[in-house]
Design a protein around this ligand. Structure first.
Ligand code: ATP
Ligand code: MG
Length: 399
C-alpha cells in the first residue's frame, strides 16, 4: 500500500514559503508502511485542487491533503474535495463540538469565521486538532481513503496519527529503521566508503545531508548489521544513533558528565556555533559563552591573539586559531574551548588560501587540536560545515 500527498497553497508556489509538510509527513508515512509514491503542489484554486485529487486518487491509495482548511476565503480544500467526489459540504456537529472544545481550552471566543471549519464533506469523520483550530478529517469514498490536514506544519504532523487511526490504518509492521548521524564527512564520500558494506548487507541507505553533517538512514532486515559495520568504519565521525539528538546535545551531555565547561571564539562562523549550542535546553550548565572576533582588533584586544602572529601567519592560520581557543578559555575560565577562523567566500580567497579554507581548534584541559579544512558549497555551507567540524573534533577529544 502506498500514499500520495497533495500540498495546497499559493504561498508554496510563489516562493514565499518553503514546504516542510512533505518531509515530515513522508517520514511518518514511510515509517508505518505507507510510503509516499507521489506528491503534488497546487495553488488555492478549487478547480486545481479537485483536478489534482482526482488524478492522485488511484484505487487502493491513501491520499493526504495539507492546507486550505482554514476559515479564510482562500481556504478551498473542503469545497474542492466535495466537488471532486460529488459530495456536499455539511455542518458536522462533531466538528462543531471540537471547535467548542478548542474555545474552552484557549479561553477566548473563536472568531465568527472560525465556525466555517465545522463544515466538512458529507460522510467525513472529523479529528480533533490538538495544536490549532481547524479539525482534520478522514473521508472514505468508494475505494479511496482521503485525509485532510491543516497546512501549518506543526498541526499537520500532530493531526496525522489521529487521522490514520480514524481511518482504521493498522500501523503496518514497521520495518526496523536505523539512524546514524555523522559529522565532517561528505555525502558522496560516505556513499563510496559504504557502498560495499551496504551491498553485502542488502540495504539501500538514504544519505540525508546538511552542511557539515550527514545522516544515514537504513531500514530492513540488514539494517542492524549494516549499522554495526558503519560504526566500526566511521566511529569517530558518528555522534549519535538517535535521529532526535543533535551534535550539540551529545557534546553537552559529554561535557556535563565530565564536569567540564565550554567557550567559543568565532570568526567566520559569526556566532553560529554559539547559536547551535544555546539552542540546547540547559546549555547554561556547560556553555559559558563566546566571542565573535571578526576583526583582527577583536582577536587582539579580547582574545589576546598576538599582533605578530596575525602579521606573520594571517588571520586564517593554525597559529591564530590556537591563540583564539586559548584566549577565549582564559577569558571565560572554561576548561574547553573551540575556535574557528576561515574564508567563507564568495570572495576573499588568496593564493594558498582559497575560499573555503577554514582552521578549527578544539581545546580540552590543556590538550589542543587544530585542523585545516577545505570546504565547498557556498558561504552558508562553509560556515555551518566549519562549526560542525569544530564541535566534532572536541567531541572526539572527550570520547
Ligand atoms: P489555517 O487554519 O492556519 O488557515 P489552513 O489549513 O488553511 O490553516 P493554510 O492556510 O493553507 O492552512 O496554511 C496556513 C499556513 O501554514 C500558511 O500560511 C503557510 O505558512 C503554512 N503552510 C501551509 N502549507 C505548508 C507547507 N506545505 N509547508 C510549510 N508551511 C505550510
Ligand atoms: Mg488558511
Amino acid at each position: 500500500v502506498e500514499s500520495a500527498l497533495l500540498l495546497v497553497g499559493d504561498e508554496l508556489l510563489c516562493g514565499r514559503t518553503r514546504d516542510s509538510n512533505l518531509q515530515r509527513l513522508a517520514d511518518i508515512l514511510g515509517g508505518i508502511g505507507l510510503p509516499v509514491a507521489e506528491a503534488s503542489v497546487v495553488g488555492d484554486s478549487r478547480e486545481r485542487i479537485a483536478e489534482a485529487l482526482r488524478r492522485l486518487a488511484i484505487p487502493g491509495r491513501m491520499v493526504i491533503v495539507t492546507g486550505g482548511l482554514g476559515p479564510t476565503d482562500d481556504d478551498l480544500t473542503t469545497e474542492a474535495v466535495a466537488s471532486a467526489f460529488g459530495l456536499c459540504v455539511e455542518r458536522s456537529s462533531e466538528a462543531e463540538s471540537m471547535l467548542l472544545r478548542r474555545q474552552a481550552i484557549s479561553g477566548t471566543r473563536l472568531s465568527d469565521s472560525s465556525w466555517k471549519q465545522a463544515n466538512i464533506p458529507s460522510g467525513a469523520v472529523p479529528v480533533f486538532n490538538p495544536v490549532g483550530i481547524a479539525p482534520g478529517y478522514v473521508l472514505r469514498h468508494e475505494e479511496l481513503v482521503l485525509i485532510c490536514l491543516p497546512g501549518v506544519p506543526a498541526e499537520a504532523s500532530a493531526l496525522l496519527p489521529g487521522c490514520l487511526e480514524a481511518a482504521g490504518v493498522e500501523a503496518v509492521e514497521s520495518l526496523p529503521v536505523s539512524f546514524i548521524r555523522t559529522w565532517g564527512l561528505r555525502e558522496n564520500g560516505l556513499f563510496d566508503i559504504l557502498r560495499e558494506a551496504s551491498a553485502q548487507c542488502g540495504v539501500v541507505p538514504a544519505y540525508l545531508p546538511s552542511p557539515g553533517r550527514v545522516d544515514i538512514k537504513v531500514s530492513g532486515d540488514g539494517a542492524e548489521v549494516f549499522s554495526g559495520r558503519v560504526l566500526k568504519m566511521l566511529g569517530r565521525n558518528v555522534y549519535s544513533r538517535s535521529r532526535d539528538e543533535t551534535l550539540e546535545m551529545v557534546l553537552g551531555d559529554r561535557l556535563l558528565s565530565a564536569g567540564l565547561t565550554l567557550s567559543t571564539a568565532e570568526s567566520c562562523t559569526g556566532g553560529g556555533i554559539g547559536a547551535g549550542l544555546t539552542a540546547v535546553a540547559g546549555s547554561s550548565l556547560w556553555y559559558a559563552g563566546g566571542v565573535i572576533s571578526y576583526s583582527n582588533r577583536m582577536k587582539i584586544e579580547l582574545l589576546g591573539v598576538s599582533e605578530k602572529t596575525l602579521e606573520k601567519h594571517g588571520a586564517v592560520s593554525s597559529h591564530v586559531v590556537r591563540e583564539m581557543a586559548e584566549g577565549v578559555a582564559r577569558l571565560s575560565g572554561t576548561q574547553c574551548s573551540v575556535a574557528v577562523t576561515g574564508i567563507a567566500g564568495p570572495s576573499g580567497g588568496v593564493q594558498g588560501k582559497p575560499v573555503g579554507t577554514v582552521w578549527t581548534a578544539a581545546m580540552c584541559s590543556g590538550r589542543m587540536r587544530a585542523f585545516r579544512w577545505r570546504l565547498s558549497g557556498g558561504r552558508e555551507a562553509v560556515r555551518e560545515g566549519a562549526g560542525a567540524r569544530a564541535l566534532g573534533v572536541l567531541l572526539e577529544m572527550l570520547s
